[in-house]
Design a protein around this ligand. Structure first.
Ligand code: ZN
Length: 262
C-alpha cells in the first residue's frame, strides 16, 4: 500500500514526464469524467499532499488522484501500452511520454481554485514544504481518548502515514499502539520521528526504517508478526487497529509487547 513517501516519488516521476508540456491526449476511464478532454492544455505541475496527487493544468483545472490500496502511476515512452490486464483509470500523454494511472482509488477533475474540497481536510503533510509539527500535535490532541495507533492513520491529523510508518514510528517511540493520546507525554517527538522516517525514504524505492537495506531486515516490526523482536527477542504481536472508514488491510498492526508496553 503506497504511503506518503511512495506518493511523493510518484509526483516527482509525473513532474519529470509531464510538466511544462502540452497534453496530446487525455483519457478518463471513470464514468463521471468520460467526456473530459484535456488535450492541448499544458501541464503546470504535479504535487503530492499526504497520499493525494494534484496535477494542475493550464486553464485552472486540477486532476486529483489517490492510489488507495493498489493504485499506481506508470510512466512509459509515448506509444507504449500498459501490460494487458492492468485496470487503467486515467491516461495523460504528451509527445514524449504516456502516464497511465492503474487501479486508482480516486479520480477527480476540479477547478484548481476548489482543490480544498478534496484536500482541505488534511493535516500537515509530513513531506510538504509547510510541515508543521506543532499543528500536527494540536490536531492529534483534539481527541485525547483516541489510541495513538488510530490517530496516526487519520489523515486529518497529519498526512502521509500508512501502516508501515505507523508501526515503525510506534516501535521506535516505545509506545503501544493502544496507548491513548492523553497518556503520551511527548507527542512532538512521535510526529518528528514519523517525519524523519518518511524523509529518509522519500528518494529510495524500498522502505527502510532500521538503517539496514538487506532484504528481510528493513523494518523493526512491520510485516514481522510472530518473529523475534530485533531488540529483545519477544515474538512480535499482530493485531487490527483503525478508525472508521479504514480498509481491513490498513488496520494491520505489528508491535513488540515488551518494547512497547501498554
Ligand atoms: Zn522488543
Amino acid at each position: 500500500m503506497p504511503e506518503g513517501d511512495a506518493v511523493y516519488r510518484t509526483a516527482a516521476r509525473l513532474r519529470a514526464a509531464l510538466d511544462g508540456r502540452p497534453l496530446t491526449r487525455s483519457d478518463f476511464r471513470v464514468p463521471r469524467y468520460a467526456s473530459a478532454d484535456l488535450s492541448g492544455r499544458i501541464v503546470l505541475e504535479t504535487v503530492s499532499m499526504g497520499k493525494h496527487l494534484l496535477t494542475r493544468v493550464e486553464g485552472g483545472l486540477t486532476v486529483h488522484t489517490h492510489l488507495r490500496m493498489e493504485g499506481s502511476w506508470r510512466v512509459l515512452p509515448a506509444g507504449r501500452r500498459p501490460p494487458p490486464g492492468d485496470v487503467v483509470r486515467l491516461v495523460l500523454a504528451n509527445a514524449s511520454w504516456v502516464a497511465i494511472g492503474v487501479r486508482l482509488g480516486m479520480v477527480d477533475l476540479v477547478p484548481t481554485a476548489q482543490e480544498d474540497r478534496l484536500v482541505g481536510h488534511l493535516g500537515p503533510d509530513l513531506l510538504g514544504p509547510g510541515w508543521d509539527p506543532a499543528e500536527a500535535v494540536r490536531r492529534l490532541s483534539r481527541a485525547p481518548d483516541t489510541t495513538i495507533g488510530e490517530a496516526l492513520l487519520d489523515q486529518r491529523n497529519l498526512a502521509g502515514i500508512g501502516t508501515i510508518y505507523r508501526a515503525e514510528t510506534l516501535f521506535l517511540s516505545g509506545l503501544s499502539p493502544w496507548r491513548r493520546i492523553r497518556d503520551i507525554p511527548d507527542l512532538t517527538s512521535v510526529v518528528t520521528r514519523a517525519q524523519r522516517l518518511l524523509e529518509a525514504n522519500k528518494s529510495r524505492a524500498a522502505t527502510v526504517t532500521t538503517g539496514d537495506t538487506r532484504p528481510g531486515r528493513t523494518t523493526w516490526v512491520y510485516g514481522r508478526g510472530s518473529r523475534p523482536c530485533r531488540r529483545c527477542g519477544t515474538p512480535i504481536a499482530t493485531g487490527a487497529l483503525g478508525g472508521p472508514g479504514t480498509a481491513a488491510k490498513e488496520r494491520l498492526i505489528n508491535w513488540c509487547p515488551h518494547c512497547q508496553p501498554q
